[in-house]
Design a protein around this ligand. Structure first.
Ligand code: UDP
Length: 418
């Protein structure tokens, strides 16, 4: 059993040019970033999470590490490996920290501890700062013997109202960190006791293959090639198959829209993540629904949907949906807005921060509200265009990588200077 527990190293080249960001985010931000990077040139940073693909954290790290390297900051990305049993447990922890019921048994605690303790033993000590993402590897700090370096726990989920059993189990591990970072102040559990709590909003990379500009004929033909009729309206949700993303609610909202607009189509583009066994169950329920309606398309990374295809779908959609019922941030919202596509989204968590002020009315709390907002946008070309333009500007100002990396490096500098 123990031999299945490994720490992998995921390599990323410095495949980006910092100067390309300057016209987008301005001189002040880029100059501050270059200055911080210079100050931290001798500091070795290690990001640790549980999967190299699928989901927002892998997405963030897959671009953050190359950008840090382009800044000449020494950054590595390490991944804790586990088996199916461990990742089923950590997915349940993820859900429980977002408030779901969970029966935490001694056996489950034991499996979690065993994986984290073993991973902690395998972790080398040659870093100055460890940034550990989400609950899966959260006990690494506690079980790490070297006790060297500064340790940051980065929570990407909505932990404002965690399941009490799981929270009281995991809390001592979290409290062993030097700093804890949440996406929003409202996500901090009430009884958390750590020296330093920070808030950092995620961001997207406008130059990555997922977000880069694409010629209209290219992205439209990519989507047409998948079978979608580009002459008819298209709604798209890009999400893991996860209960918090409410994929069945998306289908219900689409069905209501279809009563008024029979030619509408729905594409559900969803990745399956290495640390998310629950995704496969939910996908099979979505497939059951889609089998009843030829205008519902379901695509996954297993069929080769990659970054470029996600980019094409987000650009080709008339409206993107993100009907989450809990959401730490929801990178997909910024991804769609950056492409000038309007977004109807759940009125929750970090999604709210991304929607432009005068478009907040498109944040929804129900299937019916979602259908109404979709119809309003599908029936109004000028409104879709206005929403898209305002959304892109909001993302340019607040949600591009240089701002997030600046926030991260400010925190690292503060910790290593203390
Ligand atoms: N994603 C993807 N392919 C898919 C579904 C999702 O590449 O089929 C990406 C999506 O573009 C985004 C990330 O996975 O970059 C999901 O991040 P988000 O913060 O929206 O949600 P999370 O999965 O972290 O809850």
């Amino acid at each position: 059993m123990l031999e299945q527990i490994k720490i992998g190293r995921y390599c990323c080249a410095p495949s980006t040019q910092i100067e390309n960001f300057r016209p987008l985010v301005g001189d002040d931000l880029i100059d501050e970033l270059l200055e911080l990077a210079k100050d931290l040139r001798d500091i070795r940073i290690c990001h640790i999470n549980a999967t190299p693909f699928g989901g927002g954290v892998a997405e963030l790290l897959s671009r953050e590490i190359p950008i840090l390297k382009a800044l000449k900051v020494q950054a590595d990305w390490r991944i804790i490996h586990g088996d199916q049993e461990f990742f089923s447990i950590t997915k349940s922890f993820h859900n429980a920290i977002q408030g779901q019921e969970f029966n935490l048994t001694d056996d489950i605690k034991h499996i979690y501890i065993r994986h984290n303790r073993r991973s902690a033993e395998l972790l080398t000590s040659d870093y100055d700062v460890f940034i550990v993402h989400d609950p899966q590897p959260a006990a690494l700090r506690y079980f790490n013997k070297h006790k060297k370096g500064k340790w940051i726990w980065r929570c990407h989920i909505d932990s404002s109202d965690p399941n009490p059993g799981v929270w009281s189990f995991i809390k001592p591990y979290i409290e062993s960190y030097d700093a804890v970072v949440f996406t929003l102040e409202e996500f901090v559990p009430p009884d958390l006791n750590v020296n330093l709590v920070e808030y950092i909003l995620p961001a997207i990379d406008p130059f990555s293959s997922k977000n880069m500009e694409l010629p209209e004929d290219v992205y439209r033909s990519a989507v047409a090639n998948s079978g979608v009729d580009m002459r008819r309206p298209l709604i798209v949700q890009v999400s893991r198959f996860d209960p918090w993303k409410d994929p069945l609610g998306v289908i219900q909202a689409y069905q209501l829209v279809k009563r008024e607009k029979p030619d509408v189509q729905l594409a559900m583009v969803g990745s399956l993540a290495g640390d998310d066994p629950e995704g496969y169950e939910i996908l099979s329920r979505v497939n059951e629904e889609s089998a009843k309606d030829p205008d519902i398309y379901v695509f996954t990374n297993l069929e080769g949907i990659g970054n470029m295809e996600v980019n094409a779908f987000q650009r080709s959609a008339d409206v993107v949906i993100q009907k989450s019922i809990r959401e730490g941030f929801g990178l997909v919202v910024s991804e769609a807005l950056w492409k000038g596509t309007p977004v109807v989204a759940g009125n929750v968590g970090g999604i709210r921060t991304q929607i432009p002020d005068d478009m907040q009315g498109f944040l929804v709390d129900s299937v019916e509200g979602c259908a109404e907002s979709l119809l309003r946008l599908l029936n109004d070309d000028a409104l879709r265009k206005e929403f898209g333009e305002k959304g892109r500007e909001k993302v340019r100002k607040d949600f591009l990588y240089p701002r997030m990396i600046r926030d991260d490096l400010r925190l690292v500098k503060r910790l290593v200077s203390s």
